[in-house]
Write a protein that binds this ligand. Sequence first.
Ligand code: NOJ
Length: 738
Amino acid sequence: MNIITKSVIIFIMLFVNQTSFGIKSAETAAFAIEKRIDKLLAQMTLAEKIGQMYQFSYAKADMSAELAELVRSGKVGAFLAVTDVKLRNKLQKIAVKESRLGIPLIFGLDVIHGYRTIFPIPLGQSATWDLRLAEKAAAIAAKEARSEGIDWTFAPMIDIARDPRWGRIAEGFGEDPYLCSLMAQAKVRGFQGKNLSATDTIVACLKHYVAYGAAEAGRDYNSAEVSERTLRDIYMAPFRAGVKAAAATVMSSFNDIGGVPASGNRFILTDVLRGEWGFDGFVVSDYESIKEMINYGIAADEAQAGEKAILAGVDMEMASRCFLNNLARLVKDRQVPEKVIDEAVRRILRVKLRAGLFEHPYVDPNLAGSETLQNDSLQIAREMVRKSLVLLKNDGGLLPLRKDIPSIAVIGPLADNQRDLLGAWCGRGKAEDVVTLLKGIKNKVSSTCRIHYIKGCDIKDNSLGQFDAALNIADKSDVVIMAVGESADMSGEAHCRTSLDLPGVQRQLIKAIHKTGKPVIVVLFTGRPLTISWLYENIGAVLLAWHPGIQGGNGIADVLFGDYNPSGKLAVTFPRNVGQVPLYYNHKNSGRPPAASDPFTSKYIDCPWTPLLPFGYGLSYTAFEYSNLEIKPDKVRLGQPVSISVEVENKGTKAGEEVVQLYIRDLVASVARPVKELKGFEKIRLAAGQKRKVSFTLTAEQLKFYDIDMKFTVEPGVFKVWAGPSSIQGLEGTFEIF
Ligand code: NOJ
C-alpha cells in the first residue's frame, strides 16, 4: 500500500468517525433536551402549561403590577414587541427568578428585512437571486436583534404572491415556488445559524402558513380558494423547504382555505406539517387569528375557537386569550385531552431549550446597540441594494452616466426622502439612517457637476404647484433623474390597492418633464409591481429600486454611474394593467392557449394577455449571448439525473453578472402542468469577452409534482427545457424519461 492510499484510508476513517460522532452528539443533545422537558412537564401544573402557550402582545400594554403577576404565576410563555432591553430583562428576571419553575420567556419581533440595518424589502432581495447575500443579510439582522434582546423573528415571510394588489407582496420573495423555497432556506440559515443557542442567532418563523398570498381579489385577510394540488405544489412548497432547513417555528395564517381558517386547520397543521414533513418545532397563531374564528362563523365563542385551534395543531396563541382563559376548563370537561396540551408545551420548551434561553436568558444592556449599523453590515446592505436593482429599460445606452456630467436635475417625491426608502415592516430601522437618492448622487459625482433638486410633487397629492419650477431645473440640466413611486405605507399588511398606477400626479410630472426633450431616467421605488406601460414605452431609462433600505441612495448611485453593472432580475411579473391580475409565468396552458389568429382563445379583447415585464427579466450594461445547449442523456430511465449545460458569453465591453435560468415543461402528465417551471439558476460573473459553461443537474426529486392521485411523484414522458436570461427567452431542447 503506498503512502497516498494509506493517508486516504486514514482520512476516510477519521471522517467517518467524526461524522458518526457528530450525529451521535446531536442525538445525545436532542435526547438530553427531551429528558429535560419530561422533567419539567412532570412538575408543571395545568395552568403553568397553558401559560407557556400564551404570547402577550406588548404593543398594546404597559408594564403593570398585573402584567408582572401574570409572568410570576407562569401565565405567559412569550412576548411580542418588547423593544426596550431593560424592560425585557426585567420581565425575564420575573420569569426566571420569581416564577415557580423559572422557565424563561421568549421575546419575538417582526425583523423582516433588517433590524436596524435595513436591507431592501424581501421582494427586492429576491431580485438579487443571490442566496449567499440573502443569508448574510439575515445573519446581520439576527446579530443586531439578539444583542437587543430579540430571540425570535416572525420571518421569513414566504407566501407565494401572484396578485400585486395585495400589499404584503412586498414582504415575500415573489411568485415562484422554487426561488422562494431557496430564499426561505437561505433566510433560515441566516437567522438560526449553525448553532441556535449562540448569542448572535435567533429563532426563525415560517409564515404565513398557508396560502395567505392567495387572498381573493388581493384584499388582505381574505379567503383563499385553492385546490389541494395548487396548495401543495405552489403555496406549501416554500414551507416544506423551510422545514427541511430546520426552521424552529411556523405561524398559522389569518385566511381560511376553502372555508377552514388556517388556525383551526388540522389538515395543514397536523397532517401535512407534522405528519408528512416531520416538523418538531412549535406553531404560533397569527395575531388574534384564533379568536377571529368567531368572525368566520366556525366558533361560537372564544372557548370553542381555542378548542378548535389546539386540536388542529396550534401550540401558542398570539395576543388573544382563547387558550389562556379556556383550556383548563376544556381539559376538565374532557373536550381537550391533557396530552395534547403536553405535546404543545413540549414543542415550545424544545424551541426555548434549543435557543439556549435557559442558559442565557438575559442580554447585556450595556452591549445594546453595539452590534447595530456596523461598517461591514452597511457594506452588505449596499451590495444588496446594487444587486436588487432591476434595469427595466436603457435605450441607446443612456445609462450609466458619467460622473463628470456638467449638470443633473434630480426631481421627484422620493429623491430626498428617507422614511419611504425604509419600506414596510422596517424593524427598528430609523429614517435618519437612510442615504437618500439625492445624497447618493452627490456622494458619487465629481465636484464640477451641478445638481439641481426639486421635489416636484408629493407622493399622493394632486397639486401641480411645483411643476413650473421642476421644468425650469430640467431645462438647465443635461439629464433628469426622476425618483417616483409608492410610499412605504402603500404596501405591507393591510395596505392593498385596486390601482397599480403611480399615485398622485407623478405620471403627469414625468410627462411634463419628458416633453422638454431632455433625457430622462426614472428610478422607481415600490413595494409591488406597478402598471408602468406609459413609462416603459416613453422614457429612455427605467431602473426599478423597490424600497431599498438605508443604503438605498448609495447603491442606486453605484448603478446609475456605472460602478456596478446591474444584474437584478424580476422575481414577480409586471402586468400591463390591473385587469390582468393574477398574472404569473408558471400558469397552465388551458385548452385554448392564446392564438393571434383565433378569437376564441384565452385572451382579452382590450389588452394583450402577456405581461409588460415577465418573471426573470432584467437588463445589464453588457450583452450576454447563450449558445450550445446540451442535454445528456436525452433519454433517461426514471430516477436517473439529467445533465444540462449551456454556454454564456459576455459579448459587451463591460464585466457583468448574469442570472442563468433553467426552466422545464412536463409536456404530458396525469394533471395539467405549468407552461414553464423554474428548476435551477446560477448567478455568474463574466469579464468582457469571457465565455463560461454553466451546468445543471436535474434530479427526479426536482421533477416531482402532485399527480392525479395526489401522490408526489415524477411521471415518465417528454420534458421541454429552456436555458436563458428570463422566463420568456432561452435556448430550447427536450429530454425523455422512460
Ligand atoms: C400580524 C402579521 O400578519 C404577522 O405577519 C406579524 O408577524 C404579527 N402581526 C406580529 O406582529
